[in-house]
Ligand binder design. Structure first.
Ligand SMILES: [Zn+2]
Length: 257
């Protein structure tokens, strides 16, 4: 038996039970007209970075970026100009969040859609800071795979060793790269994920890590999680031929040339 103790996060069901939910519940949207200004950390027009009013996990500083005051805004449908403004704001918040003394490490998390773990439809994402040592939150192999695009500052792959499976799309960008040099490609990966299996119920996650001088993102189309993974920690991946086809499709139809 291993002596290594598994890292666990402490979930508070009492706080969770108070959370609004308009994905599977019937709550009204708290982000359409945001009023809890005591939680505001930073703002840029209608974009707000706020402390999560319902911090369900004890070991984590949970913050939320409300991307727009428009309930139906979807970042992957936004014009380049608006998208770049949004990511300029997100990345400046993230850099600021990294400086919080209580954060040992920080990550980016976006949930959208019924299978993604999201409780609110309003466009938002989370910046999470771990107050306790939870070990490394990635392995280098999580981002390795079929290379889709490679430039001086940008590196995009389709995972050959996905964390959970089946399709995981990875984008790594240098911290000094201009925002408009990579956000359209990131949204290309999201559009692929959104249209992948059930476009009428699009569900996806974007995960983000700061690793040395790079930002690493992972875009994952979400379905019901495989029982192989839940019970046996076994991940599934498509055949190499199928992954190469996906890489070609991404190059041809979703990414800038
Ligand atoms: Zn709303």
């Amino acid at each position: 038996m291993s002596d290594l103790k598994k890292v666990m996060l402490t979930f508070d069901p009492m706080i969770s039970s108070k959370k609004p939910n308009d994905v599977v519940g019937e709550s009204s949207c708290p982000f359409c007209s945001y009023t809890d200004m005591e939680n505001l950390i930073k703002e840029d027009g209608s974009r707000l970075w706020v402390n999560n009013k319902y911090p369900t996990i004890k070991e984590v500083n949970q913050t939320v970026i409300i991307e727009s005051d428009a309930h139906d805004f979807r970042m992957y449908e936004a014009e380049s100009c608006e998208l770049n403004q949004l990511f300029k704001f997100i990345m400046s918040c993230w850099r600021q969040f990294d400086e919080w003394p209580s954060n040992l490490q920080t990550v980016f998390l976006k949930n959208q859609g019924i299978h993604s773990g999201s409780s609110l439809n309003h466009p938002h994402l989370q910046l999470l800071g771990f107050k306790e040592d939870v070990g490394s939150l990635y392995m280098p192999s999580d981002f390795e795979g079929i290379v889709v695009k490679e430039t001086d500052q940008l590196f995009i792959t389709v995972s050959t060793q996905p964390i959970c499976g089946y399709i995981e799309l990875n984008l790594r960008v240098h911290q000094d790269a201009a925002i408009n040099s990579w956000t359209n490609d990131l949204m290309g990966l999201v559009r692929f994920a959104v249209g992948y299996r059930d476009p009428s119920h699009p569900s996806y996650n974007i995960f983000g890590w700061k690793i040395d001088e790079y930002y690493q993102f992972k875009v994952v189309p979400r379905f019901v999680t495989s029982a192989y993974y839940i019970g046996f920690r076994l991940s599934q991946v498509f055949s190499t031929d199928q992954l190469i086809q996906i890489a070609e499709d991404l190059k041809l139809n979703y990414l800038s040339s």
